[in-house]
Each structure stands twice: as C-alpha cells, then as structure tokens.
Design a protein around this ligand. Structure first.
Ligand code: URA
Ligand code: SF4
Length: 260
C-alpha cells in the first residue's frame, strides 16, 4: 500500500502522488467554476468527485442527485449508502477508491443528462482518468457504461470486464460494468445481482493488473534490461485470491485495493 511500488513504466513520467493530487484538485477547481453547459445554472454545488489519488480503481456514476448537489460530494445519498455496502462486502472503503460521475452538475429533477451536456462535461472525466491512470474502471449504470463500452446492454454486460478505448483517458484500464445502485434500490433482483457483481470486483482488478503487467513486460522488451521490474511481476500475487463464486458475503472479504 505504498506509493513506492507504483510502476513508473505504466504512467506519465512526471506522475507522483503529489502531482496526481494537484492535477485532481486543479480539475475540481475548474469544475466548480464551470459554465460549459446549462446544468451549471441549477446547481447548488458542482460535484467533481473524490477519493484516493493513488487508487487503482475508479467508480463512475451518472450525475449528482439532490444530496450530492447539496454537499458537493458524489454518492452521499441512499444510492451512495448502498454503494458503500457493496464495497464493504469485499472489504473496501470508499476512501480507498475514486468516485466520480459522467456529469458533474445535477440535472433538474434527476433527469438523464442530455447528449450535449455529457459532451461538454466529458473532458473533465477524461482528465481525471488520465491523472489517476486506474487499472480498473467500474461503471455504475448504463449511462456511465455507454462511455466505456459503446453499444453494450447493461443486462448482458454487468459483471463482465472489457478493454477501454484510450480516448476515455483510462487507456491502460479494464472496465467492469455494474447496475446503478439507484436501480438496485428500486428492484430487489437488481440489488441481489449487484451484490454478486460487487463480489466480482476483486477478480476484475486482478485481471486488470495482470493485463498491465503483461503490457509493461511487452513494452520493456527491447529496453536495456528486457524485463519488467520485480515489483510489477509480483503485483498480482500480492493481492489475495478472488473468492469462489458461491462464497458467502463474509467469505468474500478481501484486503483493500493496494495503492501503487
Ligand atoms: N447517482 C449518481 O449517478 N451519482 C451520484 O453521485 C449519486 C447518485
Ligand atoms: Fe460544466 Fe459539467 Fe457542470 Fe456542465 S455539468 S456546467 S460541463 S461541470
């Protein structure tokens, strides 16, 4: 859980915990002052997102609701409480990941964001992902999923990993789709399915790490040593094995995601 082992080969050379924090705070300051789309007019607070600057995992929701607009923080209402419960079943806390949304200002009456609003706001998400360089992006709901897995259907894609288009900003990540927690609040079968999908997050992270190690090893071929750094090669094994598919919620408790 130290920044010392974060792989420099996998990110922009200048990226350090301090530089990532500074980049994220600069983006947040721009978001708070942003008037690029009509949603700025109705907001109490913009909601840039929050979390650990060294995390491997970014959760992306749709847009702020009433509570988020009041507090300027993502997922702090009932949907957020449920998201925290999903995380707890795998032993993770919200402070250990980064949580943000596709649009940073609340759409009136929680309507879906319009395409031009999404387009106006996307550069902020893209820059956040570039700064964080996550291994895994977890999309919450179909609007967020649509940014990362175009054309996918949530009923089929939930609980599965997909490669990410580098244009999203998360070029070396895998994306893992989940239903929106608000949908889980409305439908018990979606809630049950969401607990199952949450149980699959650690395995998705393992797969994402393996892929990054393989990519780094390929990139290192032809370099002076021709080998990945030892800590890169060791990274996947450092994480506890994923739970068996039929494990109870207690058995699925795992260590928190390590930070590079
Ligand atoms: N729903 C979202 O999509 N995002 C939030 O931040 C809260 C609720
Ligand atoms: Fe700016 Fe995004 Fe808010 Fe629109 S939703 S005003 S683009 S921060």
């Amino acid at each position: 859980m130290t920044s010392a082992s974060r792989s420099e080969a996998l990110e922009a050379p200048a990226s350090t915990p301090a530089s990532r924090s500074a980049a994220l705070e600069a983006i947040a300051a721009e978001v708070r002052a942003c008037t690029r789309c009509r949603l700025h007019a109705g907001r109490t607070h913009a909601v840039p997102g929050e979390g650990h600057p060294d995390t491997e995992v970014v959760f992306v929701g749709e847009g702020p609701g009433l509570n988020e607009d009041r507090q300027g923080r993502p997922f702090v209402g009932r949907a957020g409480d449920l998201l925290v419960r999903f995380l707890a079943t795998i032993g993770w806390r919200r402070e250990e990941v980064f949580i943000t949304n596709v649009v940073k200002c609340r759409p009136p009456d929680n309507r879906d964001p319009e395409p031009d609003e999404v387009a106006a706001c996307l550069p902020y998400l893209q820059r956040q992902l570039q700064a964080l360089d996550p291994a895994l992006v977890v999309t919450l709901g179909r609007h967020s999923m649509g940014r990362f897995i175009p054309g996918a259907r949530i009923t089929q894609a939930h609980g599965t990993v997909h490669p990410v288009d580098p244009a999203t900003g998360a070029g070396s990540a895998l994306v893992y789709a989940m239903f929106h927690p608000a949908a889980a609040l409305r439908a018990p079968d979606v809630e049950r399915q969401s607990y199952d999908d949450a149980a699959g997050i650690p395995a998705a992270l393992l797969e994402a790490r393996r892929r990054r190690v393989a990519t780094a090893a390929t990139a290192a071929t032809g370099a002076a040593t021709g080998e990945a750094r030892p800590e890169q090669a060791a990274a996947p094994e450092a994480f506890p094995a994923p739970p068996p598919p039929d494990a109870s919620p207690v058995d699925t408790a795992l260590d928190a995601p390590t930070f590079f």
